[in-house]
Design a protein around this ligand. Structure first.
Ligand code: NAD
Ligand code: UDP
Ligand code: UDP
Length: 343
C-alpha cells in the first residue's frame, strides 16, 4: 500500500525527505515532461517496464499520442495535456524534464515560445521539484557548446554561442535552463541532474522534423534524394535512442549533478552519413546539395570520459547497427501516410 505523498515529500524545502530509488523496492512516481515526444516516449517505456508509476506532461507540439498509445490501459501510466509554461501541482519523486522542441525546424517555428518553454517551463518544474523534494533531471544539449572551438567537447568547455542568432532561442534557452537548475541546486537544495545530449536518432522521430537522420531515412524510403546541406563536410556524432535512455536513467540514479555529455563519440560528416544510409537501407539512394542554414556548427563530438567514469555508462550501438532499427517504423508510418492520401 504505497502512498508516495505520505512517504516521500517535504513541503518545506528540498534538502531532505526524498526517499532514494532503491528503498524497499517501492514504486517511484515519476513525471516525464515531453513524454509524448521521441526520446520521452522511449524513456517512459523503460520506466514503466521496470515498474514505476509515470505521469507524462505534454502539450503535443511535436509529441504524438501514438507514441504512448500502447500504455493507455496501464494503471501505472497517466497522460496530462499541459503546457509547462503554466504552473502545475503534482506529488512526485522524480522529474525528467524533456519538454522542448528539439529539431531546428520546430524550435525556430516560434522562437519566443521556445524561450518561454526553456525558461518558464524549467522554472516551473524546478519550483515543483523544490516544493515536493523531488529529484530533477534537465535534458540540456550539445548546442550549449555552439560552434565549438574545442574538439571533442568536454563538459568543462563554456562554448561559443551566438546570442542573437536564429538558433539562440534554443541554445541560450538551454543555457539559461542549466543556470536555473544550478541556482535551485545551490540556493534551495534541489537535487538536480544535467545531461547534455548529442544528436540522437531512432524509431518515433517525427518523419518530417528536418533533422538530418530522419530526413535522410525518410527521403531514402520515399525514393527521393537525400538533401545534404552546405558542402556536407560538417560533422555530427549520432547516438541511438536506447543508449541515451540508459544514460538518462543512470544519471538520475547516481549521485552526481553533472553536467554530463551523453552521446556516441563516433563522428561522421553528413556525406559519410549519407553513405551509411545508402549502405544499410538502399544502395540505389542518391544525394543532392542544398544551401546550409545560418550558424550551423561545423563539428561536434562528445568527450564522454566523465560519464564513463562516474556513471559507468557508454553507448553500445553503432550507427551501422542503429539505423536499420528505425527503418521498419519509418516505413510503416510513410505507408500509412500514403494510404491516407489514397495513393
Ligand atoms: P521531441 O520534439 O520529439 O519531444 C519534445 C516533446 O516536448 C514533445 O512531445 C513536445 O510536444 C513536448 N513539448 C514541447 N514544448 C512543450 C511545452 N511547452 N509544454 C509541454 N510539452 C512540450 O524532441 P526529442 O528529440 O524527444 O527531445 C527531447 C528533449 O531532449 C528536448 O528537451 C531536447 O532539447 C533534448 N535533446 C534532444 C536531442 C536529440 O537529438 N533528440 C539532442 C539534444 C537535446
Ligand atoms: N511551481 C509549480 N508547481 C509547484 C511549485 C511551483 O508549477 O508545485 C511554479 C510556481 O508557480 C513558480 C515557479 O514554479 O512560477 C517557481 O516556484 P518557486 O516556489 O521556486 O518560486 P516563487 O513561486 O516563489 O517565485
Ligand atoms: N542537414 C543536412 N540535411 C538535412 C538536414 C540537416 O545536411 O536534410 C545537416 C545540417 O545542416 C547540420 C547537420 O545535418 O549540419 C545536423 O542537423 P540536425 O538538424 O539534424 O541537428 P543539429 O544541427 O541540431 O545538430
Amino acid at each position: 500500500n504505497y502512498s508516495p505523498s505520505k512517504m516521500s515529500f517535504n513541503y518545506g524545502g528540498g534538502k531532505t525527505g526524498r526517499v532514494p530509488a532503491a528503498i524497499g523496492g517501492r514504486r517511484l512516481r515519476i513525471v516525464v515532461t515531453g513524454g509524448a515526444g521521441f526520446v520521452g516516449s522511449h524513456l517512459v517505456d523503460k520506466l514503466i517496464g521496470r515498474g514505476d508509476e509515470v505521469i507524462v506532461i505534454d502539450n503535443f507540439f511535436t509529441g504524438r499520442k501514438e507514441n504512448l498509445v500502447h500504455l493507455f490501459s496501464n494503471p501505472r501510466f497517466e497522460l496530462i495535456r499541459h503546457d509547462v509554461v503554466e504552473p502545475i501541482l503534482l506529488e512526485v519523486d522524480q522529474i525528467y524534464h524533456l519538454a522542448c522542441p528539439a529539431s531546428p525546424v520546430h524550435y525556430k517555428f516560434n522562437p519566443v515560445k521556445t524561450i518561454k518553454t526553456n525558461v518558464m517551463g524549467t522554472l516551473n518544474m524546478l519550483g515543483l521539484a523544490k516544493r515536493v523534494g523531488a529529484r530533477f533531471l534537465l535534458t540540456s544539449t550539445s548546442e550549449v557548446y555552439g560552434d565549438p572551438l574545442e574538439h571533442p567537447q568536454k563538459e568543462t568547455y563554456w562554448g561559443n554561442v551566438n546570442p542573437i542568432g536564429e538558433r539562440s532561442c534554443y541554445d541560450e534557452g538551454k543555457r539559461t535552463a542549466e543556470t536555473l537548475a544550478m541556482d535551485y541546486h545551490r540556493g534551495a537544495g534541489v537535487e538536480v541532474r544535467i545531461a547534455r545530449i548529442f544528436n540522437t536518432y531512432g524509431p518515433r522521430m517525427c518523419l518530417d522534423d528536418g533533422r538530418v537522420v530522419s530526413n535522410f531515412v525518410a527521403q531514402t524510403i520515399r525514393k527521393n534524394p537525400m538533401t545534404v546541406y552546405g558542402d556536407g563536410k560538417q560533422t555530427r556524432s549520432f547516438q541511438y535512442v536506447s543508449d541515451l535512455v540508459d544514460g538518462l536513467v543512470a544519471l538520475m540514479e547516481h549521485d552526481h549533478v553533472g553536467p554530463f555529455n551523453l552521446g556516441n563519440p563516433g563522428e561522421f560528416t553528413m556525406l559519410e552519413l549519407a553513405e551509411v544510409v545508402k549502405e544499410v537501407i538502399d544502395p540505389s539512394a542518391t544525394i543532392e546539395f542544398r544551401p546550409n542554414t545560418a550558424d550551423d556548427p561545423h563539428k561536434r563530438k562528445p568527450d564522454i570520459s566523465k560519464a564513463k567514469e562516474l556513471l559507468n555508462w557508454e553507448p553500445k550501438i553503432s550507427l551501422r547497427d542503429g539505423l536499420p532499427r528505425m527503418v521498419s517504423d519509418f516505413r510503416n508510418r510513410i505507408l500509412n501516410e500514403d494510404e491516407g492520401k489514397g495513393l
